[in-house]
Design a protein around this ligand. Sequence first.
Ligand SMILES: C[S@@+](CC[C@H](N)C(=O)[O-])C[C@H]1O[C@@H](n2cnc3c(N)ncnc32)[C@H](O)[C@@H]1O
Length: 321
Amino acid sequence: MAGDAAPLLNLAEIDGRGRALMAARSLRGGQIVLRDSPILLYSALPFTKQPPPSSSSSSSSAACYCDHCFRILPPSSSPPAVPCPSCARHAFCGPGCLSAAAATSHTPWVCQALSRLAACPLLDSQPVERHVQARFLIAACNLAAVSPSDFQLLLSLQGREAHADDTVAAARFLHSLLSSDKLNAFGLMEPVSSRDGGEVDGERSVRAYGIYPRASFSNHDCLPNACRFDYVDAASDGNTDIIVRMIHDVPQGREICLSYFPVNLNYVNRQRRLMEDYGFTCDCDRCKVEANWSDDENEHDDIGEDNDGDGKGWMRTPMNK
Ligand SMILES: C[S@@+](CC[C@H](N)C(=O)[O-])C[C@H]1O[C@@H](n2cnc3c(N)ncnc32)[C@H](O)[C@@H]1O
């Protein structure tokens, strides 16, 4: 992409689909075509009234994550996790993440905002999705303060520039931020073994969401030609980058698509999810075929395992994507 001497991907505008990633030259199956770093990361976990159990004393089977790099904190971590000195609610995998967080993702303002929200009695009646949206808004407002250029980039993903001069602009701004959360976030999945075998309601759950400015341009296809991977727990110093790898060869000029959820969903569930979460009807080659299947065939249970994951399921691993 941008900045490479001979880019593998370029950006194009496609009628009815908006911006899209295209193969700038022929690409091979297995080839890594994009590495991307997040401009924003936020926890996917609901707020709880109690501080999370400390990593050394926990007997809970639920996993705890570093609140900066989102690596798993092992139950008896050595060296132990470092709690935030102000709130003690948030923990970091080491002094490096603690000091990086204090300057970026867990500034004193974020710390106070999260603590106030956690103490808010109204929160109990809210669905997890609202908790996550609140986390996103706090992280996004903080980004505006700590990295205005990344904040502008975040807004540009929704095709809007920031105008904070009047009420309408402010409302648009908030709307665009919340849409951005829904449309552009990639889920970093919990490890397979962290909760009851890693499956919640049949799908792996998400530990954190990230906004990846270049990968965000990937459109959806129910039979994708690329998939994305993360390696959050693999690096000893934390790694929240994602990579996009080709599933098979494609010629120059072909659009590069991910699936926004597990590919094993049936036609009806895929269409429902795409309309509810992303606001479009999919007319990919697979949907054209499956649209003609009998009701019986289309309403069978989704089959197989969620074999990768991104909250939006597996291939694209943006929000739930
Ligand atoms: C993460 S964004 C992808 C980039 C987007 N096209 C853009 O211009 O910013 C997701 C949005 O892209 C559009 N989109 C993605 N896949 C599509 C598809 N297969 N058909 C139509 N629109 C699609 C939808 O508007 C969706 O909400």
